[in-house]
Write a protein that binds this ligand. Structure first.
Ligand SMILES: Cc1cc2nc3c(=O)[nH]c(=O)nc-3n(C[C@H](O)[C@H](O)[C@H](O)COP(=O)(O)OP(=O)(O)OC[C@H]3O[C@@H](n4cnc5c(N)ncnc54)[C@H](O)[C@@H]3O)c2cc1C
Length: 460
């Protein structure tokens, strides 16, 4: 079976569906494929947290009581120190949702976008379920579609743009030729953040959580979940699920959670590494987890991936039948500039700073909380000078010289990387020099998996 379309998107979860909807609204014919069954789309895990404001930001109808995907909304999140003190309160309305019906919501929205165009601006959106991407299709050295497979056999789809939204496996990006213009690295085991969620029933129901509490030192949290669970314990760690489980045990031995019975567990991983230096090449775009767009603090990726989709759709613009180069690397290059100049710079800085922020003792982390160093509540944000606070902490004996150095070098490198990304070149001719300098900066950053491995040795 052969088909032809403007845009072929591999992966129909949050990134693929959202980008597909935006592009169909702009008059393009879009085909999405997903290897998953229609009813299982998004079933990788169940409960997901998304800040309510993102629904308005991305134009998707907000879930509410009575909707299939809606569990509840909580309004506050606390961070607590390694010694379980100094709660830092930040208000934010966070929706607790179910992933499979949430994907249905985004799909419905995307299909409505396709139907909303008129006349020559009318696009279309088709989803091929249980259809697996096998390999890219090239014409004269340029990607022009993909070879897919479903129960009926092989499907060849030719398209003007191929979008990889296939999640952490990045099944298209990793199969491109090395010199195609987008890095082809595999997001391997040492570049992932392993999340274990324990759905629990509490012995004392009055302890049921009404908001999220996060202990950054241990990367553990206690959050609302769905009946029959009273809540969920989460842990996220680099290196492996085994290490994540051990981190949970260490946390629970130091800060005991309320007595409970474990109902079931869910596990999954998200990318934890820098994105490719360029997200675009001729007729090719990479989005979402396939592009490693996750928040280094939490491993969350849905709204952050959607931001990149929105930027990309804005840069590409309306379908223009006369513009045959609408999907050239040159035409799409400003996507890099806009993304890396904003969220991309912030996440890059956080990625390198985090290793410094956790390289300390529980007592030092507690001291940092007490003086609002790094860990701040909403009334403290942006107040005071970090360097002055750190030097004060050293003289007061709150942190050691070793920890101060780790923090300072992380913060300095983070500042440099952020500035470099904000300076992403708009002119393609300036890019090789930018990339060379970016590689030098990243070479100085610590890999969290190495730190986790060191820590694991001490646990054994
Ligand atoms: C346990 C856990 C908890 C999380 N909690 C949160 C949270 O609370 N909030 C948040 O924002 N983020 C959370 N995240 C991260 C978030 O789930 C991801 O960042 C997000 O799902 C990425 O979306 P995506 O569309 O890029 O990729 P995915 O959601 O991974 O979708 C990729 C799609 O591509 C399809 N696919 C893959 N290979 C092929 C192929 N060869 N052919 C066809 N189709 C293919 C897959 O079937 C899948 O449907 C969590 C992650 C984990 C693991």
């Amino acid at each position: 079976m052969d088909k032809q379309t403007d845009i072929l998107i591999i992966g129909s979860c949050s990134a693929g569906l959202y980008f597909g909807g935006l592009m169909a609204k702009q008059g393009f014919n879009v085909i999405l494929c997903d290897k998953s069954k229609e009813e299982n789309l998004g079933a990788r895990f169940d409960v997901i947290h998304i800040a309510q404001r993102h629904f308005a930001e991305f134009g998707i109808p907000e879930p509410g009581p009575g909707d299939d995907d809606y569990i509840e909304t909580f309004h506050a999140a606390y961070q607590r120190s390694a010694l379980d003190k100094y709660p830092k309160l930040n208000h934010e309305d966070i929706c607790v949702l179910r992933r499979v019906p949430l994907m249905k919501r985004i799909r419905k929205w995307a299909e409505e976008q396709a139907a909303s165009g008129t006349g020559s601006q009318r696009g279309s959106l088709t989803i091929l379920f249980e259809t697996e991407f096998i390999k890219p299709l090239f014409q004269n050295g340029t990607i022009r579609g993909g070879i897919l497979k479903n129960v009926d056999g092989e499907v060849t789809i030719t398209s003007s743009l191929v979008v990889d939204a296939s999640g952490i496996d990045a099944v298209v990006r990793t199969q491109l030729p090395d010199n195609y213009g987008v890095e082809t690295f595999v997001t391997g085991p040492r570049d992932q953040f392993y999340v274990v969620l324990q759905y629990i029933s509490l012995k004392d129901k009055s302890k049921t959580p009404t908001n999220n509490t996060f202990w950054p030192y241990y990367k553990c949290w206690f959050a609302p979940a769905i009946t029959p669970a009273d809540g969920l314990f989460g842990v996220g760690a680099n290196l492996s699920f085994e290490y994540a489980e051990k981190c949970w045990q260490r946390f629970n031995s130091r800060i005991p959670m309320p007595p409970h019975e474990l109902l079931y567990k869910e596990k999954g991983s998200t990318p934890y590494r820098r994105p490719p230096f360029s997200l675009v090449a001729d007729n090719f775009l990479v989005l979402g987890d396939a592009a490693c767009i996750t928040n280094p603090w939490s491993g969350e990726g849905v709204p952050y991936g959607m931001l990149l989709c929105k930027i990309a759709a804005g840069v590409i613009g309306q379908k223009d039948a006369k513009n045959t180069a609408q999907f050239s690397k040159m035409a799409m290059w400003p996507i890099n500039k806009e993304y890396f100049g904003s969220q991309g710079a912030e996440f890059a800085a956080n990625l390198v700073m985090l290793s410094g922020a956790i390289a300390c003792t529980p007592e030092e982390n507690d001291y940092e909380f007490s003086k609002s160093i790094i860990f701040e509540d909403e009334t403290e944000k942006g107040k005071g000078n970090l360097v002055a606070k750190l030097i004060g902490a050293l003289f007061a004996g709150g942190i050691s010289l070793k920890s101060l150095k780790a923090l300072m070098s992380g913060a300095l490198l983070g500042g440099k990387i952020s500035a470099h990304y904000k300076n992403f070149p708009l002119n393609l001719a300036d890019y090789p020099a930018w990339e060379a300098k970016a590689k030098q900066l990243w070479a100085k950053s610590a890999n969290m998996a190495d730190l986790a491995e060191e820590d694991l040795k001490t646990m054994v």
